[in-house]
Design a binder for this molecule. Structure first.
Ligand SMILES: Nc1ncnc2c1ncn2[C@@H]1O[C@H](COP(=O)(O)OP(=O)(O)O)[C@@H](O)[C@H]1O
Ligand SMILES: C[C@@](O)(CCOP(=O)(O)OP(=O)(O)O)CC(=O)O
Length: 521
């Protein structure tokens, strides 16, 4: 039985929220260590002999074992009008729950596969059908209830005690998502695994990490990107900036959106018979998105916290875009200024990676020294010429200080945008929490990710080597969160993804995945 396993990361939009909706501006996106996994297996003859004799069409079964009642059965049939993927109740129950993201990913990917390989070849490749298992790392869903049921405090150490792909105990529509882009990562891993399993793209399409942005990305990766963007927009019923799907495909990056016009009439009808390949093909230059390399500096750690208050992103977006339309001159001037700072922050963080490559020893000394200094109130200490610090190390300290200054400038401009538009982008409760985190040692920067609001916060924290755990800046931050009075702050274990973007997986190398696959349907 052939098996295809593919994973894709979640996302954190560090800077560029709202602006990234406009192709004149960019977003600084980090792909997370939290990943989504899709495993596609052929249904073998023994499993399907009853169905085959009953002359039923090809069957695709999809399950999400982390949720109650999250199993979906689809029948695939071919006729003169093309391919049909219809959901049916499985043999065990009369009713079924729908999942638009899964259904559209199947329907649209199979339609494109027929264009690419022909209906006959595809029918043979589908054989008796497919078993598909979809799981997301625990970080995509709040684990508060799971920790409470185990009498564990909401800490990183507690999260590490939970089983991988922990059952949430609820139905999918009821789960509290943590905003890491579950649907984008899901669709990217599902679409990519189907493209490989159905022979539309080569298995090695996702070998390289595409760290060089689109310039070094394979044609197969770029096809998967375009198809995943299309399916994600169709399932969400709107065309967002697409930064989340781009991060799922290409990893951390400086992202500039594509012009929605590329999707044209495809958005009008979910099951259109219009040819997909000419639009979705990576040769279609109308896909004018830009993915430029970005990564966080060495010896740093991205800390994420899920803040339980939650916000409705589409509502925040609607209000900000209304303000931008009504106060266009002032708004555009503000966005231009903010975009400049966003780019400067991205460049400064990249410069730290260059400095580490040039002199790792001096870099490590700078990180160690800065981890002992308080940051916000004592920025001058960072800049003070200290006779004991070699010039090479002092130069790096200056760049860290610049990154800190720029990060705080981004926050200030996002707060200003919130005030001008009447939107709680960085509301006072979040400002208070972030300032408390910044006031201690070893925090380069932080803010509210994406659209902001009450969803989450991010912090870029120094992570010196050979430092006792209790002295690490991340330990101090955990202490701030654990004792915080006000917003309910719960850490996520995700950090930046080392292996960028969508990638092929080996099931037995993914902790906990084999057990899920071997569990009966
Ligand atoms: N493990 C999963 N299995 C199947 N579908 C999932 C899973 N996790 C998320 N989804 C799909 O993604 C949707 C969430 O999308 P959305 O509300 O846009 O959240 P996000 O901002 O995290 O992408 C869910 O309604 C569900 O259809
Ligand atoms: C406003 C935006 O630019 C960024 C929103 O980023 P978030 O990370 O806040 O998104 P959600 O996960 O949907 O809450 C909209 C966009 O770019 O599509």
């Amino acid at each position: 039985m052939a098996t295809t396993a593919i994973s894709s990361p979640g996302k954190v939009l560090l800077a560029g929220g709202y602006l990234v909706l406009d192709p004149a501006y960019s977003g600084v996106v980090v792909s997370t260590s939290a990943r989504f996994y899709t495993v596609v297996q052929d249904l073998d003859e023994a499993t399907t002999v009853a169905r085959a004799k009953a002359d039923r069409p090809i069957e695709i079964r999809v399950r999400s074992p982390q949720f109650v009642n999250a199993a979906y059965t689809y029948l695939v049939s071919f006729d003169v009008d093309g391919v049909h993927v219809e959901q049916v109740a499985d043999s065990a129950s009369a009713s079924f729950t729908k999942n638009k993201f899964v259904h559209l990913a199947l329907q649209r990917t199979i339609a494109l596969a027929i264009e690419a390989r022909g209906a006959g070849t595809l029918q043979n490749r589908l054989g008796y059908g497919l078993d598909i298992t979809i799981v997301g790392d625990n970080d995509f869903y709040s684990q508060r209830a799971q920790l409470t049921s185990r009498n564990l405090p909401p800490t990183l150490a507690s999260l590490s005690q939970l089983p991988p792909f922990n059952h949430t105990g609820v139905r999918l529509p009821e789960v509290h998502k943590t905003g890491l882009g579950s649907s984008a990562a899901l669709i990217t891993s599902l679409v990519s695994s189907l493209l490989v399993h159905l022979g539309v793209v080569a298995r090695d399409s996702f070998d390289n990490d595409a760290e060089g942005g689109t310039a070094s990305a394979s044609e197969g990766r770029r096809l998967a990107h375009n198809l995943a963007q299309y399916v994600h927009c169709l399932a969400q019923g709107k065309v967002g900036s697409g930064f989340d799907v781009s991060a799922a495909v290409f990893g951390s990056q400086l992202y500039t959106r594509f012009d929605p016009v590329v999707l044209g009439s495809l958005m009008k009808d979910e099951s259109t018979n219009e040819a997909l390949l000419p639009v979705i093909s990576p040769s279609n230059t109308a896909w004018n998105y830009r993915v430029e390399p970005f990564k966080l500096p060495p010896l740093t750690r991205l800390m994420l916290a899920d803040v339980d208050a939650g916000s409705d992103t589409p509502s925040l977006v609607g209000k900000v875009l209304k303000w931008r339309k009504e106060a266009a001159t002032a708004a555009n001037a503000h966005w231009d200024a903010l975009d400049k700072v966003n780019h400067a922050l991205s460049e400064t963080l990249l410069k730290l990676s260059e400095m580490h490559a040039r002199d790792a020893t001096a870099y490590a000394k700078a990180v160690k020294y800065l981890s002992t200094l308080q940051s916000v109130q004592h920025l001058d200490q960072w800049l003070a010429i200290n006779p004991n610090i070699p010039p090479a190390t002092q130069e790096m300290i200056d760049i860290f200080a610049e990154a800190h200054r720029l990060s705080e400038d981004v926050r200030a401009k996002m707060r200003e945008m919130g005030k001008l538009s009447g939107v709680p982008i960085e509301p006072p409760e979040q400002t208070e929490l972030l300032d408390a985190c910044m006031s201690g040692a070893g925090v380069i920067g932080g803010g509210v990710p994406g659209a902001g609001g009450y969803d989450a916060i991010w912090l870029l924290v120094l992570d010196p080597t050979n430092c006792p755990p209790q002295e690490l800046p991340s330990s101090r931050i955990e202490g701030v969160w654990a004792s915080w009075k006000g917003l309910d702050v719960s850490p996520l274990s995700a950090s930046e993804s080392v292996a960028k973007g969508v990638r092929l997986e080996t099931v037995d190398q993914v902790n906990g995945l084999r057990q899920l696959l071997d569990a009966p349907w």
